[in-house]
Design a protein around this ligand. Structure first.
Ligand code: FAD
Length: 418
């Protein structure tokens, strides 16, 4: 079911069964470590709406289950040849070709809950212990071990990985202080729906009646993305807009369709009709955090991964992908370092990941500014200026190979730093 390296005897406790936690768990299993995952949700539920993984993350998933994961993802994902951009008033700008599905490194776009379920089930099927309904309330560490407190009991391991998302509790132990998020000044209206109402409406029929489509509209300080999925039968839309409300970040905060429509007053009737045909949406307030000075605790027995370490702006389209890369690098470093060198391996993990991750994070800000501050006269002269960046350094990257190749040099650098 899953290839596995020689047993290392390293016990890894992972907090959070999102994409960061599950990837860390599967990769630790593959590299011979013992794994325990603790998740506060009492049961698996298909939460969220659309999520995207670049080919750099698709490559990770494609290696799991001897190719069986790829086969499970294909039918639930978005398949299309291009992303069509329009000005907010409906004027066509340009079409951007997208990577076709590549079995070795697919771009994976679909419903977060459905993709999450495939990976969650895979982790369970290969025998990883995932305890649901376990909220970690405290993190503890000593020079030789790290632990978590759940229901009054302390569970110890060689290393604890906080994959506990944007409101991470593990971050407090790692940083030694509570890191408060700031308002980003933006929020996102988002929805996932059955395509039937769009199919029945002449204005929107073309978006869903012939397989999957992907469309973007750009306007002042707002961008709207819409995609049909599963051969046009499901539909998702999201739009980022200015919003200074000081409300906690939540995936379930309900939005009002009437308020959402006010943001796109005077926009392309196609775009407005999509929203008018939607029953309900989520109003997701985007918070911002400065990059953390470190992802690793003082004793280097506790570390952060995924959103806990580095929340991303959605315009980077890399948040979930970078969360997955973390898990691969951490598991590889622990394998190469061995049980006697866990702190060195954990520090090497951070050193390998930090700069690449930051570079990917900054892409999100660049793309947001490029779209939200678009000068449409200039775009007329050079339509390709608004295309999404698809840089090779990001997408064609093999994170596992890179970690195996760089570990020894990075450890030497770390030893030089001491
Ligand atoms: C419910 C939900 C819906 C989402 N929907 C979308 C979406 O539609 N589109 C999108 O692009 N992104 C979505 N995201 C965010 C996206 O999954 C992440 O940005 C990205 O995948 C990185 O994942 P992560 O594992 O680092 O964080 P997360 O996906 O946030 O996972 C963190 C996990 O840690 C668990 N956890 C937190 N604290 C504790 C604790 N103290 N003890 C035990 N467990 C804990 C949480 O329950 C959660 O399962 C969603 C996240 C969540 C939690």
């Amino acid at each position: 079911m899953e290839e596995r390296g020689a047993q290392t005897g390293i016990k890894v406790i992972i907090v959070g069964a999102g994409f960061a936690g599950l990837t860390a768990a599967i990769e630790c299993y593959r590299k011979g470590h013992d794994v325990l995952v603790l998740e506060s949700f009492p049961q698996l539920k298909p939460l969220g709406d659309v999520i995207s993984f670049g080919p750099n993350a698709g490559r990770i998933m494609a290696r799991w289950g001897k190719g069986s994961i790829d086969a499970k993802l294909y039918p639930i994902c978005h398949h299309n040849k291009e992303l069509n951009f329009y000005k907010y008033d409906g004027d066509f700008i340009i079409s951007q070709p997208v990577y076709p599905w590549n079995k070795e490194a697919p771009s994976v776009n679909g419903h977060r809950g459905e993709i999450h379920e495939v990976i969650f089930r895979h982790a369970q099927d290969i025998g990883i212990e995932i305890r649901l309904g376990c909220r970690v309330l405290e993190y503890v560490e000593e020079s030789t071990r790290a632990g978590v407190v759940v229901d009054g009991e302390t569970i110890w391991g060689d290393v604890v990985v906080g994959c506990d998302g944007v409101r991470s509790k593990a971050r407090e132990l790692v940083l030694g202080y509570v890191d408060k998020p700031k308002s980003s000044g933006y929020a996102i209206y988002r929805a996932w729906m059955d395509s039937k109402p769009l199919l029945d409406d002449p204005l929107t029929k073309h978006l869903v009646d012939n397989g999957d489509t992907h469309t973007g509209w750009l306007g002042p300080d707002v961008h709207f993305l819409a995609a049909s999925v599963k051969n046009g039968t499901s539909f998702s839309w999201v739009y980022t807009h200015r919003d200074d409300a000081d409300i906690e970040e939540s995936w379930s905060f309900p939005g009002k369709i009437a308020d959402a429509l006010k943001v796109i007053e005077g926009w392309d009737p196609v775009c407005r009709r999509i929203v008018e045909l939607t029953d309900s949406c989520v109003d997701w307030k985007l918070v911002y955090r400065d990059p953390l000075p470190t992802w690793v605790s003082k004793e280097a027995r506790t570390c952060l991964a995924g959103d806990a370490a580095h929340p991303f702006l959605p315009t980077s389209i890399q948040g979930a992908s970078q969360a997955m890369e973390d898990g691969v690098v951490l598991a590889t470093c622990l394998q190469l370092g061995g049980k006697a060198n866990v702190p060195t391996a954990v520090r090497a993990y951070e050193k390998i990941r930090y700069a690449r991750c930051r570079r990917a994070q900054l892409l999100g800000e660049e793309t947001r500014d490029m779209w939200h501050k678009a000068d449409f006269d200039k775009i007329k002269e050079n339509p390709s200026s608004i295309l999404l960046k698809r840089d090779d350094w990001l997408f064609l990257f093999d994170v596992e190979k890179d970690a195996y190749e760089r570990y020894t040099d990075v450890v030497k650098e770390l030893e030089g730093d001491v």
